[in-house]
Design a binder for this molecule. Structure first.
Ligand SMILES: [Zn+2]
Length: 838
C-alpha cells in the first residue's frame, strides 16, 4: 500500500519544472552544495567540459531529479559516493533512482558538456544569465528558487582572461597558456542568482566606506571610463549605505563587484556580489540628459536594493517574482529621487504607472498581480503591466495604510526572519498585519490575488447631494463584492479655488465631505493617489471639459486627463469633445510630462475613435496646432514630442508635402536634428499614406541607411508598406515561418504597418491568421512577444467586423490556454470600445 502510494506520487517529472516536482524536491533535500568546475576554451564554438559535485542531505532514500535541458549524450558520467549510477535521462532531467541514495549525506558527481544557451558566449568573453530557470540549460541542478545552495566555483580559462563570480576570487594558478581560478564558497543562493563572467575585461577598483568595489568592463574609450568611473562607484556606495541603514542589515554577500556587458539583455541583473549591467546604461555620453542621469542612478539603486530584496530573501516560487521587482523599485525611488529635486517625481510616478496599468486592468483580459504558475517553463508569461505598473501603485498604498515607519519595521523583521531563505507574499502580509488595525489579508485579496479595478462614482455635487454631502460609491465590476481599501486625495474645485481632502476608502460608500455651496467639480483621484475607474458626474464632466487647462496644479491636471480618457473609453464622453479640449489645452500646457501624455491620447483618439471622413475634416486644424507646438518647444525633447505626434497624424496635402520636404532635407527645424531612425520613420509614414513619390522615397531611404542592421530591418519591413495589396499579403505570409519571426521588433513593425488604420479594410484578412499564429508565437518567442503581436495586429482596427472575427476565433477554440485568451481580450478591448462609440 505504502509502496503503491509512493509510486503514484513519484510520477514522471515531465517537461520543465512543475510545481509538484519543486515541492517534492524542497521537502526531501537539504544542506545543498554545488562544486562546479568549467573549462572555458578560447573559441566560442568549442564545447565546454565541466564537472558538478552535488552534496545534500536526505531524511530517507529518495529519487533525485536534476534539471538538465540538453541532449542526453552531454551527460558523460554520474557517480554516487564514487560508484557508478544508472540514471534515467529525459530531455529536461537526469533522474537518479532512490535505490542509489542514502539517508543522510549524499554526493553525486556528474561529468558533462555544458549547454551554451544561457552562457552568452562571445568571441572574447562570456557571461551567464540564468533567470528565471535557465541554469538547467548550462549545468545539472535543482533549478528552483527555494533550493538555495552554497556554490564553490573553479574556472579554467585562457591566459589573459579575467573572471568574476559571486564568491570572492581566490588563488590563480598559471599553467602554460591557461589559468585556473578558484572562487570562495558563496552564501546560500538560488540557481537564478548564481553567475560568473569571464573573458577580456578591464578592471577598475575603488574603495568606498572601507569596502573595495570592483568594476569589470570592455570600454575602449579611456575618456568615457574616466568621465563615468567616480560617479558609478559613488552611486553604488550611497545605495549600499542607504540600504544598510533602512534595513538595519549589513550588506550580506561579502565582496561587491559589477560587470558592464555590451548589449546586455536587460538594464541589469542582480547576481549576488556580481551584478551584471548593460554597459550603455552606466557609461553615459557627455551629452547625457537629466533623464538619463536619473535613469542610471535608479538602475544602480534598483540592483543594489535587490541584494536584500530577492537575494537575501528570495520568493519561494516565481509567482511572487513581482515582490522583488516592486521592492527594488520602491527602494530605488527612495534612494534616488531626493537627488533630483528639479523633477516632479509625483507626476512622473502617476504618468508612468497609472495609464499603462489601466490599459490592461480595465480589460476583460486582465490578470491578478499574483498568479498561479504551474510550471517554471511558463514563468515568462507572468511579466507585464500588472507587475511593472500596477504593483508599485499597490505597494505605495500599502505603505500609506501601514505608515512609513511601521512599514519599514515590518520589512526589517521580514528580512531578518527569512534571511538566506525564502518567503512568500503571504509571509510578509502576516508580519505587516500585526502592525496595523486594518485587515491586510482582505486588503491583499482585492489588490493582489484578484484581477481588475474598482469603479467609483461621486454623487453629483449640484444635484442629488443630501444637504451638500458628497459621497463616493464603489462598485466591483466583476460582481465579487470586493472593496479595494485605499487612500485618496480628492480634489474639489469651487469658487475659492482647489482644495484636496484626504479620504480613506474602507467600504462601498465613503463620505467625502459636506459643502455649503455645490463645488464646480469633484475629482476623487485629483491628488494622484486613487486607483480605479472614476466615473465623472455630469457637472464635474462639464466643468472639466470646459475648464481643465485652468487647473493650476500639474498633478491634478494629469489625473483629470487620465480620468477623461477612461470616461471616453466608457462612452461617457464624446471623442469629439475630448479632442476639442485637447486642442485648446495643449497650447496652454506648461508641464512637458503632461504635454507628452495629452499628445499620446490625441493620436490614439484620432485614429481609433474618429471615422476617416471626420479625421479629414479635423486634420488641418490639428496639424496647425501641432506645428505651432513644434515651433514653440524649448528643448529638443519637447520639439521631438510635437514632431512625432505631427508625423503620426498628418493627412492633409499640405502637411504631407511639408513632411516630405523635411524628409528630403529641404526644410530644417530649428532646434531639432534628425537621426537615421527618425528619417526611416518619416519615410515609412509617407509610404503608408501613399504619397505620389512613395516608391522612390523608400528606394532613397534604403540607399541612405548607413547602419547595416537598420538596412536589413528596413528591407524586411518594406513590403508591408507597399501600396500593392498582393505584396502586403505576401509580406504577411512570411510570418508563418519561425525563421522569419526571429527578429521580433522587425516583425512587429511590419505587422503594425500591414494593419495601419488607413489600411483597415484590407487588413481584416490578417486578423484570423494572426490569431492562428499566436500559440506558436508564444511557444517560440520572447516573453513580451505574444502581447505585442496582438497589439500590432489589432491596433489599427476599430470596426464591429474585427470584433466579430476575434470572437469567432475564440468561440472555436475550446481548449485555448487561459493566459493567451487574456492576451487576446486585452488587445481587443479598445477595438470593442471604439466599435461601441460609433
Ligand atoms: Zn529587478
Amino acid at each position: 500500500m505504502l509502496a503503491l502510494m509512493l509510486a503514484a506520487a513519484l510520477a514522471d517529472p515531465g517537461a520543465g519544472i512543475s510545481e509538484t516536482l519543486a515541492r517534492e524536491r524542497a521537502a526531501a533535500i537539504s544542506s545543498l552544495r554545488y562544486e562546479l568546475d568549467f573549462r572555458l576554451p578560447a573559441s566560442r564554438t568549442q564545447p565546454i567540459r565541466a564537472r558538478a559535485v552535488v552534496r545534500f542531505r536526505l531524511a530517507s532514500p529518495h529519487r533525485i531529479v536534476l534539471d538538465f535541458a540538453n541532449p542526453r549524450d552531454r551527460v558523460l558520467s554520474v557517480t554516487h559516493g564514487g560508484n557508478s549510477v544508472e540514471t534515467v535521462l529525459s530531455d529536461d532531467h537526469v533522474t537518479i533512482p532512490a535505490g542509489y541514495t542514502t539517508k543522510g549525506e549524499n554526493e553525486l558527481t556528474i561529468e558533462f558538456i555544458a549547454g551554451d544557451d544561457s552562457l552568452n558566449r562571445n568571441d572574447e568573453f562570456l557571461y551567464t544569465l540564468f533567470v528565471p530557470a535557465r541554469a538547467r540549460l548550462a549545468f545539472p541542478c535543482f533549478d528552483q528558487p527555494d533550493l538555495k545552495a552554497r556554490y564553490t566555483l573553479r574556472l579554467d580559462v585562457p591566459a589573459g582572461w579575467q573572471a568574476v563570480a559571486n564568491g570572492a576570487a581566490g588563488a590563480a594558478e598559471m599553467r602554460k597558456d591557461r589559468i585556473r581560478l578558484a572562487f570562495a564558497e558563496t552564501q546560500p543562493l538560488p540557481t537564478y542568482l548564481f553567475s560568473f563572467a569571464a573573458g577580456k575585461f578591464q578592471v577598475e577598483t575603488a574603495t568606498r566606506d572601507g569596502r573595495e568595489l570592483r568594476m569589470f568592463h570592455r570600454e575602449t574609450d579611456p575618456a568615457k571610463v574616466k568621465r563615468n568611473r567616480e560617479a558609478i562607484f559613488d552611486l553604488h556606495a550611497s545605495a549600499l549605505a542607504w540600504m544598510e541603514k533602512y534595513t538595519g542589515i549589513p550588506y550580506p554577500f561579502g565582496k561587491f563587484d559589477f560587470v558592464l556587458i555590451p548589449s546586455f539583455q536587460f538594464g541589469g541583473m542582480e547576481h549576488a556580489g556580481a551584478i551584471l549591467y548593460n554597459a550603455s546604461g552606466l557609461f553615459l555620453d557627455e551629452s547625457a540628459t537629466q533623464n538619463q542621469l536619473l535613469g542610471r542612478a535608479s538602475l544602480i539603486a534598483h540592483e543594489t536594493a535587490h541584494m536584500w530584496f530577492g537575494d537575501l530573501v528570495t520568493m519561494r516560487w516565481f509567482n511572487d517574482v513581482w515582490m522583488k521587482e516592486v521592492f527594488a523599485n520602491f527602494m530605488a525611488a527612495k534612494i534616488v529621487n531626493p537627488s533630483f529635486p528639479e523633477v516632479n517625481h509625483e507626476l512622473r510616478f502617476l504618468l508612468s504607472h497609472y495609464p499603462a496599468a489601466y490599459d490592461v486592468d480595465r480589460t476583460a483580459g486582465t490578470n491578478p498581480i499574483r498568479q498561479q504558475l504551474a510550471n517554471l517553463n511558463e514563468a515568462g508569461q507572468l511579466y507585464g503591466a500588472i507587475i511593472y505598473q500596477k504593483a508599485p501603485i499597490v505597494m505605495r498604498q500599502l505603505e500609506m495604510i501601514v505608515g512609513e515607519e511601521k512599514f519599514r519595521d515590518g520589512l526589517r523583521e521580514y528580512l531578518k526572519k527569512y534571511a538566506f531563505a525564502n518567503a512568500t507574499w503571504t509571509d510578509l502580509i502576516a508580519i505587516l498585519d500585526t502592525r496595523t488595525p486594518q485587515d491586510l489579508a482582505a486588503w491583499s485579496r482585492a489588490w493582489v490575488d484578484e484581477r481588475g479595478r474598482p469603479e467609483f462614482m461621486a454623487s453629483a455635487p449640484g444635484g442629488t447631494a443630501q444637504r451638500g454631502t458628497i459621497t463616493l460609491t464603489l462598485r466591483d465590476p466583476l460582481r465579487r463584492g470586493l472593496v479595494w481599501p485605499q487612500r485618496l486625495r480628492v480634489t474639489i474645485g469651487d469658487a475659492a479655488g482647489l482644495h484636496h481632502e484626504q479620504v480613506d476608502v474602507t467600504g462601498p460608500s465613503t463620505t467625502i465631505g459636506t459643502f455649503k455651496e455645490p463645488p464646480d467639480f469633484v475629482l476623487p483621484n485629483g491628488g494622484g493617489l486613487g486607483y480605479g475607474l472614476f466615473v465623472l458626474d455630469e457637472s464635474s464632466r462639464t466643468w472639466l471639459l470646459a475648464h481643465l487647462p485652468e487647473i493650476p496644479d500639474a498633478i491634478t491636471r494629469a489625473a483629470a486627463w487620465v480620468t477623461l480618457w477612461d470616461n471616453l473609453l466608457e462612452s461617457r464622453i464624446q471623442p469629439r469633445a475630448f479632442l476639442d479640449l485637447a486642442m485648446r489645452a495643449l497650447p496652454l500646457e506648461t508641464d512637458e510630462q503632461n504635454t507628452q501624455r495629452i499628445l499620446n491620447y490625441v493620436v490614439r483618439a484620432y485614429w481609433r475613435f474618429l471615422p476617416q471622413d471626420e479625421r479629414l475634416s479635423r486634420a488641418s486644424a490639428l496639424e496647425s496646432m501641432l506645428r505651432e507646438g513644434l515651433a514653440r518647444g524649448k528643448t529638443s525633447s519637447q520639439k521631438s514630442a510635437w514632431f512625432s505626434a505631427f508625423r503620426d497624424v498628418a493627412q492633409t496635402q499640405e502637411g504631407l508635402a511639408w513632411l516630405e520636404r523635411v524628409w528630403r532635407r529641404e526644410e530644417k527645424i530649428a532646434g531639432l536634428t534628425f537621426a537615421e531612425t527618425d528619417e526611416i520613420e518619416m519615410a515609412m509614414e509617407l509610404a503608408v499614406r501613399e504619397v505620389p513619390a512613395w516608391k522612390t522615397i523608400l528606394d532613397t531611404q534604403h540607399e541612405r541607411i548607413q547602419n547595416p542592421d537598420r538596412k536589413q530591418r528596413f528591407a524586411f519591413v518594406r513590403p508591408a508598406l507597399s501600396a500593392d495589396a498582393a505584396e502586403r499579403e505576401a509580406s504577411f505570409e512570411r510570418f508563418k515561418l519561425l525563421e522569419n519571426r526571429r527578429r521580433e521588433p522587425w516583425v512587429l513593425e511590419a505587422q503594425r504597418y500591414l494593419n495601419h488604420p488607413l489600411r483597415e479594410a484590407h487588413a481584416r484578412r490578417f486578423i484570423r491568421p494572426s490569431l492562428e499564429l499566436l500559440r506558436d508565437i508564444q511557444r517560440t518567442g520572447d516573453i513580451f512577444f505574444p502581447k505585442r503581436w496582438m497589439d500590432a495586429t489589432l491596433g489599427g482596427h476599430r470596426g464591429e467586423e474585427a470584433v466579430k472575427d476575434v470572437n469567432d476565433f475564440l468561440a472555436g477554440e475550446s481548449q485555448y490556454p487561459q493566459r493567451l485568451h487574456w492576451t487576446v481580450l486585452t488587445a481587443l478591448d479598445e477595438v470593442v470600445r471604439a466599435a461601441h462609440a460609433q
